[in-house]
Design a protein around this ligand. Sequence first.
Ligand code: SAM
Length: 209
Amino acid sequence: MDYERERMEMVRQLARMGIRDDRVLAAMARVPRERFVREQDRDIAHGDHALGIAEGQTISQPYVVARMTELLQVDRTHHVLEVGTGSGYQAAVLAELARDVVTVERWPSLALTAREVLAELGYDNVTVVEGDASAGYPPGAPYDRILVTAASPRISPELARQCALEGRIVAPVGDEDLQQIVVRTGDGTEMSYGAVKFVPLRGRAGFPP
Ligand code: SAM
């Protein structure tokens, strides 16, 4: 399988689907997505669909990764929090664009695997933390950008407080079945950008187990 060719085709497809930010497309052209999926799924890693990973969780579909990253408006000066490491793929895309990334995962096995893959690929600006980040991760705050990659009942005031004044939070907000991508800016304004379906955020400020 020629993964590089698959990746370039994925990026061209994302551009055709409306992703306009060249920096996001270039970042996704650099991250080897096949390294973040189960071994038996490597050949279908670049299709525009979510895939199952361990612990009943998912790696998000490329379009959703691209769209949420585009909406986050990350640059090289930014200190970024991701809630929901999963496979570590989204963290790698963010690491291509940001100064550094703190990513938190509640399943120890997923945090461990993501940490190993990200280290093997040389992403030394990513810190993978194990724990419940449904209300954020205060030790690393304030963050310039916060990306939540699990379905959230709302953007909690506690999470909002961890975002810098000029910051931006992007999260899938709704019920457990369907969410809207919500962008919250520093003045507290929230705007919606289309429907998505994520696995739920579990924990103190998420959905009950
Ligand atoms: N961003 C991931 C990727 O690139 O593979 C996909 C994330 S997956 C859709 C959502 C992840 O959020 C799951 O791995 C899940 O275990 C995690 N999660 C759910 N609730 C959490 C919480 N309270 N704190 C941290 N992670 C959580």
